[in-house]
Design a protein around this ligand. Structure first.
Ligand code: C5P
Length: 224
């Protein structure tokens, strides 16, 4: 029997990353940060000088990604490696996020990353964080969550998160980047961002992180 999956999809800044990490930690499950794969593809392409409209070359970059997710020290996020180099911070910039959403709109790139994502489904379970975890990658997941929040609130959270990482961020600029990226993610032809038919939508605008975590853990227990 396939290992259980909790999918967390939603727009940028809804808190998926933080919440997925906490839930995976609490359950002792694996974590798939699928956005990191698209960010790594974008960064890898940039570093190799591949044009962002060269589909075949971008898919080649995605297929051949030499990456590793190394566990961080206690309470530290994982270290993300690309070609043996630590890129945890480099992949988190807004520019790379934007480039990620450009390469993510290409079918050959998504196809190249599909199996790599499914390989994360291992015992005792996996928490999948992304845009199409419930609609494409793990369609049979027993628990699908769609996390959202108002654009203003998501921009506020993103600014705070970036500042904590020592990355300079301005609210208006982040808000408009978030809106551009959501628009692209929701309106693309392939794997558009939307709740799966069987997803539970949680609007986290007025919820704290512990509240969201508790609610998802309760749902997971009810379905175990
Ligand atoms: O979640 P994160 O901000 O890291 O994702 C970066 C971009 O990667 C998203 O804006 C989206 O275009 C793309 N993505 C995707 N499918 C996923 C995860 C991320 O298309 N499962």
């Amino acid at each position: 029997k396939a290992a259980p999956v909790i999918t967390l999809d939603g727009p940028g800044g809804a808190g998926k990353g933080t919440i997925s990490q906490i839930i995976a930690g609490k359950l002792g499950w694996h974590l798939l940060d699928s956005g990191a794969l698209y960010r790594l593809t974008a960064l890898g392409a940039e570093r190799k000088g591949v044009a962002f409209d060269d589909e075949a070359a971008l898919a080649e970059v995605a297929r051949n990604l030499d990456i590793a997710f190394l566990p961080g020290a206690e309470n530290e996020p994982v270290s993300v490696m690309l070609d043996g180099e630590e890129v945890s911070k480099a992949i988190r910039t807004e520019a790379t996020g934007n480039n990620a959403s450009i390469v993510a709109a290409l079918t050959p790139v998504r196809d190249a990353l599909l199996q790599r994502q499914r390989d994360f489904r291992q015992s005792p379970g996996v928490v999948g964080d992304g845009r199409d975890m419930g609609t494409v990658v793990f369609t049979d997941a027993p628990l699908k969550i769609y996390l959202t929040a108002s654009a203003d609130e998501r921009a506020r959270r993103r600014v705070k998160q970036l500042q904590e990482k020592g990355i300079d961020a301005k609210f208006q600029a982040i808000l408009s980047e978030i809106q551009t990226r959501d628009e692209r993610d929701m309106n693309r032809d392939v794997a558009p961002l939307k709740p799966a038919d069987d997803a539970i939508t949680l609007d986290t605008t007025d919820m704290s992180i512990p509240e969201v975590v508790a609610q998802i853990i309760d749902l997971a227990k009810a379905r175990a």
